[in-house]
Structures are given as C-alpha cells and as structure tokens.
Design a protein around this ligand. Structure first.
Ligand code: FES
Length: 335
C-alpha cells in the first residue's frame, strides 16, 4: 500500500533510506564538463597572476608609446588583413611539427645519421614559424583583458616549452641521436596540442579577438533613442535602442550614430575622445570614423557599424542594418 501523495517533499517511508538531495556528478557529466572550470583553475595559480601583472606593467606603457606604429598594427592583422594574424600563423608550426612526426614514424632506417634530414628541415621551419607566431601572439596579448591575459599567458608559456623541446629535438637530431630527437619531438607536439587547446578556448569560449558587433543588427524599425534637445553638440552620448548600445554625436548640425561597443574587445566608445569626427576607444586605442565606421588605427580589424538616423517629432530615431520586411498592404494578396 502506498503512503503519501507521491509528490516531492513527502517523507521517505519507514525503513527506506532517503536519497541525497544532490548526487555527485557522474563520470559522464565530468567527461563533458571538465573544461567548464578551466578559467577558475588558471585563476587559482597565484604565480600566473603575479607574472601576468608584472608583464602588463612592463609591456602596457611600452605599447601605448608605440600605438601608432604600423608594424605593431600589422602584427595584429589590422585593418588591411581584416582578421587577426596570430591564429592563421599558428597553423604553421603545428603542421610542420606534425609532418616531423609522420616522417619519423615512417622512417625505417634505425642507423644514426648526423646532419639535417627532411624531418630536421621541417622541424627547423616550424621553429622559425613559431617565432613569428609568438611575436603576433605577444602583440595580441598586450591588448587583451584581465582574465583573458592569464589564460593567454599560460598558452604562451606552454608554447615556449614546446619550442624549447623542439629546439632540443632538432639539436639532438643534427648530432645523430635520432631516438632522443623523436622522443623530444613527440613531447613538443603534445605540449603544442595542449597550448593549441587553450588558444581555442580563448577564441571559441571567451571570444578573444572575435568581433563584438558581429550580431548587432537591431533595431529593425525606426526607434526613438533620445530627445533631440538632450543631445549636446560635440559630446559623445551613450543611448540604448531596443537593447543595442549606440553612441550619438552631433557636430555642426550633422548627426552620427555608431555602435557603442568597440568591435575589438567591447570598450565603450562613448567614453573615448572624438577629434575630426573620429572616435578613439578608451581601452586599447582603436580609432573609428563616425561617418562610415572605418578603422583608422588598430588593434581593431573590423569596421564599427554605423546606424542611419532621423529626427521625428523632437526625437532622434535610429534603425539597424536589417530593417523589418514591409507588411503587405491590407486587402492585397501575396503572389
Ligand atoms: S576594446 Fe580594444 S580597442 Fe576598443
């Protein structure tokens, strides 16, 4: 005979053990959720935080001094490339060192040979490519945000270890110790894979160097943003229209509206200075033209969306880039 209503909260029948309210996560759950706390784990490494803060204090002011340097901007990828350069370059050492593994695995000649063979050539080319990749990565690192920096630093340290192992592998290969060279090369590729995973975490989980305005299309209809009388001349003003953050600016009677979230890493443009109808992001100094959103200085590589404006009944109205489809007039039939 059943007792109780069977609803949650009923006491367990006498002689039966009540189940714990929260069961421990199953092995299956752990298998798919282990990466969820990657940031928390890295944040718990005190030495990493200290090293990150120290490097920021050293490199930050140096970068600000050379903000207009075109080489630095090109190392980001910049407005000419339209994408960050670092992820593309990182494919080179990974591919070249994977080629070393394939050649080593298919080489059936166990005799020690001095000098550089085909695998050694790939290893050396990968080391050169890794140097260039590290430069672009370090450059991107200086314009990333707080927690992303610690993940990025750990990623860079792993890559440095991988580079050291590959260098040792090349040295022993040239000296004729091929067994040791293979082991060091395999270890280097394993560490590179771990570093690559963290690089993927930065981009795909944390959105580093991903355009922050890629989905900014609202509002779909003309929407009131601010009363015209409330917009001072020559003063960047932040407004929100249907959830989209917009910066309004009026100069000599002309009105400009541009996405307020910087495409590079989310800085608020309305907090930056405007000169010659160009706004400078207060976070890392990217510059965007107010009329067309074009980048005139990186690290941003994507233009900033601009919005059409109009004034109706004393209100400034804005509209996004994808207007809603017109409704068919009443009484008319669709083809
Ligand atoms: S957030 Fe980096 S330049 Fe704007």
């Amino acid at each position: 005979m059943r007792t109780g209503s069977g609803q949650a909260g009923d006491p367990a029948p006498a002689g039966q053990q009540a189940e714990p309210a929260i069961s421990s996560p199953s092995a299956t759950t752990r298998l798919v959720a282990w990466h969820g706390d990657l940031d928390g784990w890295l944040d718990g490494l005190g030495w990493l935080r200290t090293l990150s803060d120290w490097l920021t204090a050293v490199l930050g002011p140096a970068r600000e001094r050379h903000q207009d340097n075109l080489v630095l901007e090109l190392l980001h990828g910049g407005r000419w490339v339209g994408h960050p350069l670092h992820p593309a370059l990182s494919d080179l050492p990974i591919g070249l060192w994977a080629g070393v593994m394939v050649l080593d695995a298919t080489d059936r000649d166990p005799a020690p040979r001095r000098g550089i063979d085909a695998a050694g050539m790939l290893s050396a080319a990968g080391i050169l490519a890794a140097g260039a990749t590290a430069l672009t990565g370090l450059n991107d690192w200086t314009v990333s945000n707080d927690q992303d920096r610690r993940v990025g630093l750990f990623h860079g340290l792993l890559n440095t270890v991988a580079l050291g192992l590959q260098g040792a592998s090349l040295g022993t290969r040239v000296a004729g110790h091929r067994g040791t060279a293979r082991a060091l090369g395999a270890a280097s590729l394993a560490v590179t894979a771990a570093a690559g995973y963290l690089g993927g975490h930065l981009v795909f989980t944390k959105g580093v160097m991903v355009s922050r305005v890629a989905w900014a299309t609202e509002p779909r209809r003309w929407t009131r943003a601010l009363q015209e009388a409330d917009l001072p001349d020559d003063s960047p003003t932040a407004v929100v229209a249907e959830g989209r953050q917009i910066m309004l600016y009026r100069h000599r009677g002309s009105l400009y509206a541009i996405d307020n979230i910087c495409s590079h890493a989310g800085g608020l443009l309305s907090r930056g200075p405007v000169a010659d109808l160009t706004v400078t992001c207060p976070l890392h100094g990217s510059r965007f033209g107010l009329a067309d959103g074009c980048v005139s200085r990186g690290p941003a590589s994507q233009p900033q969306p601009v919005l059409p404006t109009r004034i109706r009944n004393g209100w400034i109205e804005v509209r996004g880039s994808q207007p809603a489809p017109r409704r068919p007039a009443k009484g008319r039939t669709q083809p």
